[in-house]
Design a binder for this molecule. Structure first.
Ligand SMILES: [Zn+2]
Ligand SMILES: [Zn+2]
Length: 353
């Protein structure tokens, strides 16, 4: 009797995670590195996330899955790895935040967004250097030194498709004493703006965003307030898309290969030559730049707990703590099982093994 292997496997259903889109874009990246003569890098990116191991609900494959393992390339421009880094960064920020508040409940967070005017790609490298040096000068100001006990700062770069220019900016969570808001160390929004204009030497800047984390309100809704606040902070590095999320989700459901004519991606262009030019400039602009940085008391706690951040080479890119504790489905409470998914180019999607 001949037993034929039945095809019972399933496509990886995506919901919010656009695994199949990311994988296709990372293939374009591999091709681009190859065009730039960076063969080793190309091969590493080409093999990124060919396998993904998920914890999946036994009752429904539609219920949220939890990534347990995968082979990731860790390239800075790789969309898959960028997502993983952000998730990991998020988890570390939350952990640090909770540890800080456990040790000293009197501390509070304020969130600061600092921008400079958009620049063409040619000027991105010098502008990133400029914004990071300006941040350093800001933190060295005696007014900041007195008020700020620690910080996490991230660098995010967004691309404006209409104007074809780039927008590097800083998100920072600052640790202040509980008494800060009523003390003489309190820094008003207008003063933040003034100081930012001074350290950047750009009086034309008219915006800074500074807000206080309001634990009480959000705690009522049953949501960890740190979770909401740090979400913004974790979107560091290059923001890939300027097209609406729904559009991407639609593309993701199509299960047919996307082509390089797709609009709205930060570095993907119609021609391989043009794409290569942009990728090379981005690589250069980001070279040896710490996209995330810790200071003061948060730096101390991070070191003490031996936490690795999104910048560390040997980071596993898996949010393992939560994977361990979440062994029940978050929707139905059912048991979770392990399922391997393999990338299949012909259907431009992942298929379970
Ligand atoms: Zn990757
Ligand atoms: Zn379930």
């Amino acid at each position: 009797m001949v037993l034929s292997k039945s095809r019972t496997g399933k496509l990886l259903s995506n919901r919010k995670k656009l695994w199949n889109i990311w994988k296709q874009i990372s293939k374009f990246l591999a091709e681009t590195y190859s065009n730039l003569g960076q063969e080793k890098r190309a091969q590493r990116v080409e093999k990124c996330a060919t396998y993904l191991l998920f914890l999946q609900c036994q009752n429904s494959s539609e219920h949220p899955k939890k990534l347990k393992a995968g082979n990731f390339c860790r390239d800075r421009l790789c969309p898959q790895c960028q997502q993983r880094r952000s998730a990991k960064q998020f988890a570390i920020s939350i952990q640090l935040g909770h540890e800080l508040l456990k040790r000293n409940p009197k501390y509070q967070f304020i969130f600061l967004t600092l921008t400079v005017p958009n620049v063409p790609l040619e000027d991105l490298k010098t502008t990133i250097a400029h914004i990071l040096a300006s941040w350093h000068r800001l933190m060295m100001r005696s007014q900041c030194k007195k008020a700020v006990k620690g910080f996490i700062r991230t660098l995010e770069i967004t691309y404006n498709r209409e104007r074809d220019d780039w927008h590097p900016h800083i998100h920072a969570a600052l640790v202040v004493q509980h008494s800060y808001f009523t003390s003489r160390y309190y820094i008003k929004r207008d003063r933040w703006l003034e100081m930012w204009q001074e350290v950047t030497k750009q009086p034309e800047i008219t915006q800074v965003d500074v807000r206080k984390l309001k634990p009480k309100q959000e705690a009522i809704a049953g949501i960890d307030p740190l979770l909401l606040a740090f979400a913004e902070l974790s979107k560091y590095s290059i923001k890939d898309w300027s097209i609406p999320r729904q559009e991407l989700e639609r593309l993701s459901r199509d299960s047919k290969p996307i082509d390089r004519h797709i609009k709205g991606h930060a570095w993907l262009r119609k021609s391989p030559q043009e794409t290569a030019k942009i990728v090379k400039k981005l690589q250069n602009a980001l070279q040896r730049r710490n996209l995330v940085h810790y200071g003061g008391i948060l730096k101390d706690i991070k070191r003490e707990l031996k936490l690795k951040d999104g910048e560390d080479e040997d980071l596993d890119l898996i949010n393992s703590d939560r994977a361990k504790t979440q062994c029940q489905c978050s929707i139905c409470g059912g048991n979770m099982k392990e399922i391997w998914y393999q990338w299949q180019q012909t259907i431009a999607n992942y298929h379970s093994l």
